[in-house]
Design a binder for this molecule. Structure first.
Ligand code: BDR
Ligand code: CA
Length: 338
């Protein structure tokens, strides 16, 4: 069950750096949204790796969606990867099938500009460093007014994960995130304070593995098996770092904040990203003092122009979101086998 009729499915472009949670986000986007394109960006692993992982995800789950290769490097920062979380390939853990799907020839930034200019009302879902989206917005600032919105995974209203202050995607390209925050489109922020409410643990892995099996000698839902293996190796790494087999299921939240906003508490809040601090570069500052929209009160967000109005996704219905995630892996994964 999708919960959305076809005519109500938001049309989405997911900008990603798979990564196990990106892979699940692609499946969720393909099931509950109309996923028209996937763009890849260097992040969790180098660009060639995350592109291969995006293509493999499409292959495993029968997503007939074009994949466009984007920026390998952040706007100004040195490239940052996360082998301690996703492994050096971004997809360490499972044995993977041979890749048969190929990326498109058009560059991701060119694709973003052309597509948003040719169609109003799209959602952009950045779930890696925001480099591609920022590059497109810098080249074509008119894009912001044509979008339904940008729902991103990144930042945090509390502490960070890559540093004490900064979340990985925000730290990997804070200059790009600043461009996104100030672009003028509706922005929905799914930071660590939200995404840590949706957990990956051994119980979730067991539920996903239960979707697999064999029928008449053929594997049922091999994609779910790969995701279960990816999450198992993620939990092994998380346990080695923090001593507990529990982590956040970050990226699907940004997709569902666009497709199922009723499952989220969103509060309009001023948000800025720190570009300079020695201890705080990449930190998102969410001003929780403001409760009412600046549009209603007429009170400006700030005098320095460093904060921007963002719909901060503060809480989610974790039980229902978890059910939707497992359902998407089940329905798309089983369908792909047919
Ligand atoms: C974010 O960083 C990446 O490792 C994940 O894919 C997610 O997008 C969480 O901080
Ligand atoms: Ca990601």
């Amino acid at each position: 069950m999708t919960g959305l009729g076809d005519q109500n499915r938001p049309r989405l472009i997911v900008d990603c750096d798979p990564g196990q949670d990106d892979a699940v986000a692609l499946v969720v986007a393909g099931h509950y949204g109309e996923l028209i394109g996937i763009t890849t960006v260097g992040g969790n692993a180098p660009l060639a790796d995350v592109t291969r992982n995006a293509l493999l995800t499409c292959q495993l789950f029968g997503l007939d969606v074009p994949v466009y290769v984007g920026q390998a490097r952040p706007l100004e920062a040195e490239p940052l990867h996360a082998p301690e979380i996703h492994g050096a390939s971004g997809f360490d853990g499972p044995s993977l099938p041979e890749l048969t799907k190929e990326p498109e020839a058009t560059h991701a930034v060119e694709y973003l500009i052309e597509t948003v200019r040719s169609e109003e009302g799209l959602w952009l879902i950045p779930i890696g460093p925001a480099t591609n989206i920022a590059t497109a917005l810098r080249r074509a600032p008119d894009l912001a007014d044509r979008l339904a919105g940008i729902s991103f995974m990144g930042g945090s209203a509390l502490g960070g994960n890559r540093t004490a202050a900064a979340e990985f995607n925000a730290l990997a390209d804070p200059e790009a995130l600043a461009v996104v925050l100030e672009c003028g489109a509706e922005i929905r922020m799914c930071g660590l304070d939200l995404t840590s409410q949706l957990v990956v643990d051994d119980a979730l892995v067991a539920d996903i593995r239960a979707l697999t099996g064999t029928e008449a000698g053929r594997p049922v839902n091999p994609g779910a098996g790969v995701v279960a293996d990816l999450f198992t190796s993620y939990l092994d790494r998380v346990e080695a770092i923090g001593g507990r087999r529990i982590g956040g299921l970050h990226d699907p939240c940004a997709v569902l904040a666009a497709t199922h906003p009723e499952l989220f508490d969103m509060v309009e809040r001023p948000v800025g990203v720190e570009l300079r601090g020695a201890l705080t570069r990449g930190m998102t500052v969410v001003d929780t003092r403001f409760r009412r929209s600046a549009l209603d009160t007429g009170i400006p967000w700030d005098d320095a122009g460093v904060f921007h109005p963002v719909r901060h996704c503060a809480r989610l219905d974790a039980g229902e979101v978890r059910r939707l995630v497992v359902n998407a892996l089940d329905e798309l994964g089983s369908h792909a086998r047919a």
